[in-house]
Design a protein around this ligand. Structure first.
Ligand code: GLC
Length: 484
């Protein structure tokens, strides 16, 4: 077993500071779990002006310096905030991070190239020499190649190993050829080697995969799926070639920040031994959203970025049939215009049955996890998915499609053996989904079975405990390799 390791997580978003998706939840909770196993774990992210002022005001300066970023001479401010015993560093440069959106900027290739370089430059200055730099998604793709090309000649950097985690292969960071030398400061030889380009473009995701020492993704099923043309997003050949260094480790969630017994965001607290508080949550939510306050009508929750990946077209195509059932449907999320319009329209047509909340609202999200009976997640693909895990924790039964992490975490209820923790369907097919919803509702009406499922979900363990140990095993493998 390796002694105390030093690990630096690098991410473009970290909850609760800045979040657009599950990546933030992961980097906001996994470091804590690794730290609890006895290691020195720190986190670094950009200091966006969009960070909630509550946190911005607590960030303290550490130091600043100027550095050469390719041909530019740039300012790098390093600030920090300690939360739950973890040091979070923030890279501060207003010209890159004082923006109205996190990722919708025309110069995002420059923003994140700068971020990766600033992180590498900051390490000796803050006197933190990690054994492992753990990068996440395309925004941190260039870090490993920069480390190898420009820094590994120096003693301080030469033993540092990199791990690169793919949270969603669809978002790759694809830019024109010209940025290779100009923005990344990389010699042209890399273009010819093929490790930085795909389809005649520079591809930050591919770079991360090709140049990091180890690659992981967020479930075992997704690790296999992305080696196929159907799920590979054009990079399946890269995944197959790097298959020996690719590991699937399923995400967990923070059981401390998501605890129905103590959560202050919900209407009433409860636990698996006493579910009366759960009914309170349903009633409170119905009241807040202006739906009929009926305890017996199954309430289906859906919290999601409203994008193609999430299987929303399946819902659209059977919505009228679904509305023939006695159900309530509560939606929360933002995303593509087409889906935002669709759900607003459905709510307008079925005001007694549907509540469409087209916004981002973390408190309402918890109320929906707690108040719903069923959680719907019919994703076309899902690298891991966290909502099904939040649902289980709050005693809400997930309906999922059998893909990626949904396949690894949800086992469909089997009425013969009594096993299972949710309901699932195999094919990406609206009728199969509808059939599964109806099947779920039929069990909702059988209170004994339903209560057993609710309690089973609440008592299961999808915290980070075992996945954190798996990450540590991989880290140790890399560090041991080094000492050989
Ligand atoms: C992305 C994926 C999601 C995963 C999350 C965290 O948002 O789409 O499936 O759970 O990253 O890894």
């Amino acid at each position: 077993m390796t002694e105390k390791l030093k690990v630096l997580f690098v991410s473009s978003e970290v909850a609760p500071f800045a979040k657009t998706g599950g990546l933030a939840d992961v980097v906001g909770s996994l470091p804590q779990a690794i730290k609890e196993l006895g290691h020195d774990v720190r986190v670094v992210m950009p200091q966006y002006s969009k960070i909630d002022s509550k946190y911005l005001s607590q960030i303290e300066p550490v130091l600043y310096f100027r550095t050469r970023v390719v041909w530019r001479d740039d300012y790098v401010g390093v600030n920090k905030l300690e939360r739950d015993g973890i040091i979070n560093y923030f890279i501060d440069n207003k010209s890159y991070f004082d923006r109205t959106t996190l990722y919708e900027n025309d110069d995002k290739h420059v923003q994140f190239a700068y971020f990766c370089r600033a992180v590498l430059e900051m390490l000796p200055k803050v006197d933190f020499k990690p054994d492992i730099i753990h990068c996440n998604d395309w925004q941190t793709g260039p870090l490993s190649i920069m480390l190898k090309e420009d820094y590994q000649i120096y003693d301080f950097y030469k033993d540092i190993k990199t791990v690169y985690t793919i949270h969603n292969l669809r978002y790759q960071g694809v830019f024109g050829k010209e940025i290779l030398e100009d923005t990344l400061g990389l010699p042209y030889k890399y273009w010819n080697w093929g490790v930085v380009c795909h389809d005649d473009c520079v591809n930050y995701m591919k770079m991360g995969i090709e140049m990091s020492d180890m690659i992981t993704t967020v479930s075992k099923t997704y690790a296999e799926e992305i080696k196929t043309a159907e799920f590979g997003e054009g990079l399946d050949y890269v995944m197959r070639m790097n298959g020996d260094d690719l590991y699937g480790i399923v995400n967990g969630i923070s059981y401390k920040d998501n605890d129905p017994e103590t959560d202050e965001r919900i209407y009433a607290n409860y636990n698996s031994g006493d579910l009366t508080g759960k009914s309170e949550n349903k009633r409170g939510l119905q009241e807040e959203l202006g739906l009929p306050q009926a305890a017996e009508i199954p309430m289906i929750g859906l919290i999601s970025r409203l994008v193609d990946q999430k299987g929303l077209d399946l819902i659209a195509s059977v919505i009228d049939e679904l509305m023939e059932e006695e159900v309530q449907l509560v939606i929360l999320g933002t995303g593509n215009n087409q889906y935002e319009k669709l759900f607003r329209e459905i709510a307008r047509r079925y005001p007694q049955k549907v509540s469409a909340n087209i916004k981002y609202d973390a408190t309402l999200a918890q109320k929906i996890y707690a108040g719903s009976d069923i959680f719907l997640m019919p994703s076309k693909y899902e690298p891991c998915g966290l909502s099904q895990l939040f649902s289980l924790r709050y005693g809400t039964i997930p309906i999922v499609r059998e893909t990626g992490g949904l396949n690894d975490t949800i086992q469909s209820y089997n009425e013969v053996t009594g096993e299972g923790n949710g309901f699932s369907f195999t094919y990406y097919d609206a009728q199969d989904m509808l059939y599964t919803i109806k099947r779920t509702i039929s069990f909702y009406q059988q209170k004994e079975i339903w209560t057993k499922l609710v309690k089973r979900g609440m008592e299961s363990d999808f915290s980070w405990k075992s996945s954190a140990k798996e990450y540590l095993k991989l880290y140790s493998k890399l560090v041991d390799k080094k000492s050989n």
